[in-house]
Design a protein around this ligand. Structure first.
Ligand SMILES: C[S@@+](CC[C@H](N)C(=O)[O-])C[C@H]1O[C@@H](n2cnc3c(N)ncnc32)[C@H](O)[C@@H]1O
Length: 266
């Protein structure tokens, strides 16, 4: 097994065949949510520029296929996690139920469901439901001795007590979708990855549930957000991604951590 490496391929196979059992302290997984399909787009949107709904081949499965897929990759994650390990799974209302059921089937203990309140969420285009502005991050643990760096989280919490002192971190995180300089874009200004996560989310998770020198694994690495943040925080990392185009984007991003002009030039 190699650390600080991106494995190119299907995470179910790689988790089962290449990653050692009981070797990983922390997994962050941002799986396909199974919501692609209708190719919604909104060109000329005034608040955030052109917007295209994720419409990716990796994100289209039937309901039975999706639960089986969830069972397989969470099963592989269970195998590679250490007994004190944590898994954080990013969900929307589309896949929260499947993820929760499978975690319980594997006897994971659910510690929190963190709510990410997206402060710049897109307006609802159908005008027939409340505007969706949340995602969920389920934190589950394998055993009883999980890592939780309570004091460090208080120190990085932007929310403060009235007197300015540090405050416990709550399970509702208000922050915007990735935008501005952090957003990876091509020369035409289109996002290089449709679901790039904010580094701030990974910073909180990695700070909470790992220590320096530990290994953080992401089975759906995408544009590399988990690896980049893990490296910045002195953790080892392993990424798995099946799309070669995204593997290349992530590699260049990781290599350019100390090159602030990189984000403007991809
Ligand atoms: C929701 S995105 C992750 C985005 C990532 N968190 C970021 O910040 O860029 C899911 C990623 O998983 C990849 N993927 C889908 N199915 C996969 C599989 N079976 N094995 C490995 N990667 C997969 C997709 O190509 C996509 O890049």
């Amino acid at each position: 097994m190699k650390i600080n490496t991106i494995y190119t391929g299907d995470c179910i196979k790689i988790l089962n065949e290449e990653i050692e059992a009981n070797s990983i302290e922390l997994i962050f997984a941002d799986p396909p949510y199974n919501l692609s399909g209708n190719g919604l787009k909104w060109e000329g949107n005034k608040t955030g520029g052109d917007w295209y709904m994720a419409n990716e081949e990796w994100d289209k499965m039937t309901a039975p296929e999706y639960i089986l897929f969830t069972r397989k990759w969470i099963g592989g994650s269970y195998k590679v996690l250490k007994d004190n390990g944590s898994i954080y799974i990013s969900c929307t209302y589309h896949n929260l139920a499947e993820v929760m059921i499978v975690l319980k089937q594997f006897n994971f203990k659910i510690n929190n469901i963190i709510v990410w309140q997206k402060t710049n969420a897109m307006p609802n285009m159908t005008k027939r439901v409340f505007t969706h502005s949340t995602e969920f991050i389920v934190w589950a643990v394998k055993g009883k001795n999980w890592i939780f760096n309570y004091e460090e989280l208080k120190n990085i919490n932007p929310e403060k007590q009235k007197n300015g002192s540090s405050k416990q971190m709550r399970d509702v995180w208000a922050m915007s979708l990735v935008q501005g300089k952090e957003r990876l874009k091509d020369k035409n200004g289109r996002a290089l990855h449709p679901t790039q996560k904010p580094e701030e989310i990974l910073k909180r998770i990695i700070t909470a549930s790992s220590n320096k020198g530990d290994t953080v694994l992401d089975p759906f690495l995408g544009s590399g957000t988990t690896a980049v943040t893990a490296k910045k925080l002195g953790r080892n990392w392993i990424g798995i991604e099946k799309n070669k185009k995204y593997v290349e984007i992530a590699k260049v991003r990781i290599e350019n951590i100390n090159n602030p002009s990189f984000l403007q030039t991809v």
